[in-house]
Design a protein around this ligand. Structure first.
Ligand SMILES: [Zn+2]
Length: 153
């Protein structure tokens, strides 16, 4: 696998999509310049960011591209979620499948106010996001299969 050295640290290059580089740890976990392994892991009480995430490289690259163009520092409210994460468990309890976070193709981006909310929605559409959920304090974006959709919380 190709490597690159940044600030004296060697990174394994997993892949490059849409000009965004996705790196990989020696254990095979993905990360990018702006999203660390820890930020991408499930935060549920059982995982507590201690278990590897399963974010998908193409979606992660698109999120990194959005982050780069927004030029605003933030930590995702939610990225990968295991099937036992309360939000995913709710869906399973209703007889549905776990959602896009569990598939590793979704991220919730915190927003403060309408201008930031608009910017995230605009960048998400530009990046081909197929699911956009708008809440007061965050915008959910995903790259789902099937029909694209938008909703409010
Ligand atoms: Zn979990």
């Amino acid at each position: 696998m190709e490597t690159i050295t940044i600030n004296g640290k060697t990174h394994l290059i997993h892949s490059l999509h849409d000009d965004a580089v996705v790196f990989q740890t020696e254990d095979g976990e993905l990360y990018t310049e702006h999203f660390s392994v820890n930020e991408l892991r499930c935060k549920c009480a059982k995982c507590m960011k201690q278990k590897p995430h399963k974010m998908q490289p193409e979606a992660l690259a698109k999120m990194e591209g959005i982050r780069f163009r927004m030029n605003r520092a933030f930590s995702p409210t939610s990225a990968y979620r295991c099937a036992e994460h309360p939000e995913e468990a709710k869906k399973v309890k209703k007889g549905k499948e776990p959602g896009q976070h569990n598939k590793g193709v979704a991220m919730d981006i915190p927003v403060y106010g309408g201008a930031q909310r608009y910017q995230v929605v605009q960048e998400a559409i530009k990046a081909g996001a197929r699911g956009i959920g708008v809440a007061n304090s965050f915008v959910h974006i995903d790259w789902r299969e099937g029909e694209p959709m938008s909703w409010k919380y």
